[in-house]
Design a protein around this ligand. Structure first.
Ligand code: GDP
Length: 284
């Protein structure tokens, strides 16, 4: 996998995160509900010490609901506040308002003891690329919220979005870097489309996805393509190619085209709601 472009961005992103963290009380960390571990970077736990923490299981609409619940419990058991969201249609947004107050209870209490009244909670959104940060900010902040403009002592150009009288959100999200050194992580991020396809072997990936679906979500490929799941992954990919008329000149099956089609369907949820990492297997 070609990740040559990454280190420069990574250092810059980390430095930016560290700066922004100084300004905020609460980290709203987005993870992809289909790959809740692979789409996280545990560095945030160390960087975000002393901050209130909220994890959003974003793209919950594309993930298996039973697993969404299991992951919610998993992160809660580790002390995080957790909300399942679909940033595209806005599901979960109301709940977040309440959970933010809950997550910042200690800070609110501390302010009260010190006689500080009505200091808004300041939050920032963080997550790896493509996890849905911009979509979330747009949906959550909505049109009703006014930007509060620059504040004294804050880096020029920093904007805060006033969500209500209690909460302000930094308008630029913190970019976290995936754990690329773990190959399994890379593969899962490729499955969900968070790594550019042109640097990957799509057919090889398609075969891996077929094996996973066959084992963990038996019957979904049969249902989507009207094919049999008997046989190995190559045969199944061939069946998909036949079923969808992916042919090269001379009637030869076009596996590359079939792979692309499979991923389009998977990523848009057309095969079903699928989670690629199961909470039960991650007890620690
Ligand atoms: P960012 O790089 O973290 O800012 O991610 P974006 O906000 O650009 O989102 C990446 C892609 O994921 C876009 O195509 C969004 O439409 C899509 N997306 C974001 N949130 C959701 C969600 O909750 N559900 C679904 N189905 N798609 C989402």
């Amino acid at each position: 996998m070609n990740v040559q472009w990454y280190p420069g961005h990574m250092t810059k992103a980390k430095r930016q995160m560290q700066e922004d963290l100084k300004l905020i009380d609460l980290i709203i960390e987005l993870v992809d509900a289909r790959v809740p571990l692979s789409s996280r970077n545990p560095d945030i736990d160390q960087l975000g010490q002393n901050k209130s923490r909220l994890i959003l299981l974003n793209k919950a609409d594309l993930a298996d609901e039973r697993q969404n619940e299991a992951w919610k419990e998993f992160f809660q058991s580790k002390g995080f506040h957790v909300v399942k969201v679909d940033s595209r249609n806005g599901a979960g947004m109301k709940t977040i308002q309440n959970v933010i107050q809950e997550a910042c209870k200690e800070k609110i209490e501390r302010d009260r003891r010190r006689g500080i009244k009505n200091r808004p909670i300041r939050a920032m959104v963080a997550g790896i690329p493509n996890v849905g940060k911009s979509t979330f900010i747009n949906t959550f902040a909505g049109k009703a919220c006014a930007k509060t403009g620059n504040r004294p002592g804050v880096t020029k150009g920093k904007q805060w979005i006033r969500l209500n009288k209690n909460v302000e959100l930094l308008d630029t999200p913190g970019i976290l870097w995936p754990k690329f050194e773990d190959q399994e992580v890379g593969i899962r991020l490729a499955f969900v489309g968070s790594i550019k396809d042109d640097i990957l072997n799509m057919e090889e990936l398609a075969l891996k996805l077929i094996d996973y679906l066959k084992e963990h979500y038996t019957g979904l490929l049969e249902k989507r393509y009207g094919i049999s799941e008997e046989g190995n992954a190559v045969e199944i990919l061939g069946e998909i190619a036949k079923a969808r008329g992916c042919l090269k000149k001379g009637e030869e099956l076009d596996y590359t085209k079939a792979s692309g089609l499979l991923f389009d369907d998977f990523r848009s949820g057309k095969i079903g709601r699928i989670t690629l990492e199961w909470a039960e297997q991650e007890k620690n």
